[in-house]
Ligand binder design. Structure first.
Ligand SMILES: [Zn+2]
Length: 55
């Protein structure tokens, strides 16, 4: 059965320091209408940095 509305969508998280897309995740569009920002470990920078949602 298909869902009525696509509330949960796949997003990519990119490092704000180097721009590397290091993570893919999903979010609920209704709960998070804006851009997600998470502190994640970037393997290129080799530090924890802020990762922002990209399409
Ligand atoms: Zn980085």
């Amino acid at each position: 059965m298909a869902k009525k509305a696509e509330a949960r969508i796949v997003i990519h998280l990119a490092c704000t320091q180097c721009g590397e897309r290091t993570y893919t995740t999903n979010k609920n569009k209704k709960n998070d209408p804006g851009r997600l920002e998470l502190s994640k470990f970037c393997p290129r920078c080799r530090v924890h940095s802020l990762h922002r949602e990209t399409k």
